[in-house]
Structures are given as structure tokens and as C-alpha cells.
Write a protein that binds this ligand. Structure first.
Ligand code: ATP
Ligand code: MG
Length: 336
């Protein structure tokens, strides 16, 4: 008995720390699920996990009070519906840990403008002649603070976020070089087969590209998105290339190996129209999300419980953060 408990305690201590978050900047989509949330769920036993709602990040692009609050609750419901277990994972809201903005400030003072100008998200926005606010420009540094303040070992993300993890590593190194060893260097955790889920127009599925299939949309919303998936103009009888088809790329997420192989054959032999392929995909998606929808509904009927889960998560996160901030402030020299 004692041995078992000792082992569990020891094992608990040995677990690596996982941390990740999603911005409440819109409705989550199947790219967010397969690229990020599914991994949080799959890894929740293996890692000491913290998953947060990145509301400070969202206000770089969303400055509507009602919409932001609604999105925050929605993401909490999404996390829980997708299978994150609050008994295993520390679920919290970023703005409940305002210390991250303090840490981001220390990092800002070590970061040069040209370094941040190399960030892909900033370069994209510039290329589109978008006005970039200082918050959006500084996004990678706040993200570095989110990760480093909790001493995360791994950060499961989609491939689009890889550069941000590199920024976090660079920033940790800069701080360590300036103020002495303080932070460990986090690793990204990217599953190759779902690194980038394509949207209905074939580009990366993104809330901001408006090319998404919403994970918890109504049947009608999901159908509308699926039916709009862009294809070439081949007739049903034509032979088709599954590897360049946006619909097929999405089937890959839902079908078992054998079913996918059969579908591949139907594509290459001809006789399968894109409309039929889309209808099949729609059914796969709806079947897949049914149990998650039911769970979401259950939590949506008890929002106080959801708020308590987030408040408890914030309390737990604060314990780690307060300890770390003491060391950071000491090392920076603001503790007198
Ligand atoms: P935005 O357009 O506002 O950047 P987004 O749709 O890219 O939104 P984020 O909140 O930036 O979503 O991303 C949340 C998580 O989901 C991140 O880990 C990101 O890498 C992952 N993710 C987002 N889109 C995809 C995608 N198409 N394929 C795989 N992973 C994705
Ligand atoms: Mg994104």
C-alpha cells in the first residue's frame, strides 16, 4: 500500500508539464480540435497538464465586450465537451493570471523590434496592409510568458504555431543570459498527420480566414460549410486525385484506415461525385461530434459549475505562478 502511494507520488513528480491554450476569438473549428484540443485530451493522463483560455491574446483582435465574454464561456464548454477532465487538467482563463503581462513586460525589455518583425503573423498582417496594434505585434512575447511562467516542458500546437515556441525558447535564453538561469526551454509537440487541417477553401482552416467547419455548429451550419468545400470541376464519372482534394483531406481525419482505402479507390476509379463525397463527410462529422455535443449541452445547462472549474483552475495555476514570479522578480532586481 505504502509502496503504491510512494510510487504514485514519485511518478506524479516525474510527469512532464504540458501547457497550451486557444484564443476565444471566434467559434472553434475542426482544425482547432484535431490540431490542438484532441492532443490535450489524449495527453491529459501522461502529462501534468494546464490548458487555458487565451483571452488576453483574443483582445488583440476582438474588442467587443459581449462577444468576448460569450466566446470565453464557449471555449470553456468546448474544452469540457471535447473531453478535458478538470480532475486531471488545470483549466483556467489567462486573464485570471495577470502576472503573465508583468513577465511579458520584463521580456519586452529584452526584445528588439527587428526580432519581432520577423514573426510570421506580423509579416502576414503587414503584407495585407493591415493596421497592426502593439498587442498583436507583441503577441509572441505574451505567449512566451504564458509558457515560461509555468515552466512548461511541452506545448502541443498546430504547425502554424511552431515559430511562437521558438520565440519562447529564444526569450527564455535571452532572460537566462541576462539574469541567470531562470527558465527551462519548452518543446513544441506537433502531430505530423494533422499539422495543418485545411479549410473549405484549401488554405489553413482559420477563424480569421472564415473558411472553417465549426466543431459545435448546428447541423445546418456544418452542412453549409461542408457543401462549400472548394473542388475542381470534374464530373462524377471522372477519375479523381484524392491527394489534391480538399474533401478527401478532411475524410482522413474521420475515417478508419480500411474505409479511407475504399474511398481512395472510389476516387481513383471514377464514379464518385464530389457532392456524394461531401455528403459522406457531413455524416462522418455529425456522427463524430454527437457524443461531444451531448456533453456540451450538459455543461451549458450548469454554467456556474463551469465558472467554478475555471476559478479552481486559476487558484491552482496561481500557486505555480506565484512561486515562479518570486524567483523572476528576485532575478530582475525589483524585489528589495
Ligand atoms: P486565428 O485565425 O484567430 O489565428 P485559429 O483558427 O488559427 O485562429 P488559434 O486560436 O490561433 O485558431 O489556434 C488554436 C490552436 O489550434 C493552436 O494550437 C493552433 O496551432 C491550432 N490550429 C488552428 N488552426 C489549425 C489548423 N487549421 N490545423 C491544425 N491546427 C490548427
Ligand atoms: Mg491562429
Amino acid at each position: 500500500m505504502c509502496k503504491t502511494i510512494c510510487f504514485l507520488v514519485l511518478y506524479g513528480d516525474m510527469k512532464k508539464k504540458l501547457l497550451s491554450g486557444i484564443q476565444p476569438s471566434g467559434t472553434i473549428h475542426i482544425g482547432n480540435y484535431f490540431g490542438a484540443i484532441k492532443q490535450f485530451v489524449d495527453l491529459q493522463d501522461e502529462y501534468d497538464s494546464s490548458v487555458f483560455i487565451a483571452d488576453f491574446h483574443a483582445i488583440t483582435t476582438l474588442q467587443d465586450k459581449e462577444e468576448l465574454s460569450k466566446n470565453i464561456i464557449d471555449i470553456a464548454l468546448d474544452y469540457l465537451a471535447c473531453g478535458l477532465d478538470p480532475e486531471k487538467v488545470c483549466l483556467f482563463k489567462q486573464s485570471d493570471i495577470p502576472e503573465v503581462t508583468e513577465l511579458a513586460w520584463y521580456f519586452n525589455c529584452l526584445t528588439t523590434m527587428p526580432y519581432l518583425e520577423r514573426a510570421n503573423a506580423y509579416k502576414d498582417a503587414k503584407a495585407k496592409n493591415k493596421e497592426v496594434n502593439v498587442g498583436l505585434f507583441d503577441y509572441p512575447i505574451l505567449m512566451a510568458a504564458d509558457i515560461l511562467i509555468q515552466d512548461a516542458d511541452v506545448v502541443p500546437v498546430g504547425a502554424d504555431q511552431k515559430q511562437h515556441i521558438e520565440y519562447a525558447r529564444d526569450t527564455a535564453q535571452k532572460f537566462n543570459n541576462t539574469y541567470g538561469e531562470t527558465f527551462k526551454l519548452p518543446e513544441p509537440l506537433i502531430l505530423k498527420e494533422v499539422a495543418i487541417v485545411p479549410g473549405i477553401d484549401g488554405r489553413k482552416m482559420s477563424k480569421s480566414y472564415k473558411n472553417t467547419i465549426p466543431l459545435f455548429g448546428t447541423d445546418e451550419e456544418i452542412k453549409k460549410a461542408v457543401m462549400k468545400i472548394v473542388t475542381d470541376s470534374k464530373e462524377p464519372s471522372d477519375k479523381k486525385d484524392p491527394d489534391t482534394c480538399n474533401i478527401f483531406a478532411l475524410h482522413k481525419l474521420f475515417l478508419k484506415e480500411d474505409d479511407l482505402k475504399n474511398l481512395r479507390n472510389r476516387y481513383t476509379q471514377g464514379g464518385l461525385g464530389y457532392k456524394e463525397s461531401k455528403e459522406m463527410l457531413l455524416k462522418e462529422i455529425l456522427d463524430f461530434i454527437r457524443p461531444m455535443r451531448e456533453k456540451r449541452e450538459m455543461y451549458a445547462n450548469d454554467l456556474n459549475k463551469v465558472r467554478t472549474i475555471l476559478a479552481d483552475g486559476a487558484k491552482k495555476a496561481k500557486l505555480v505562478v506565484n512561486e515562479k514570479m518570486k524567483i523572476i522578480r528576485d532575478n530582475v532586481g525589483v524585489n528589495i
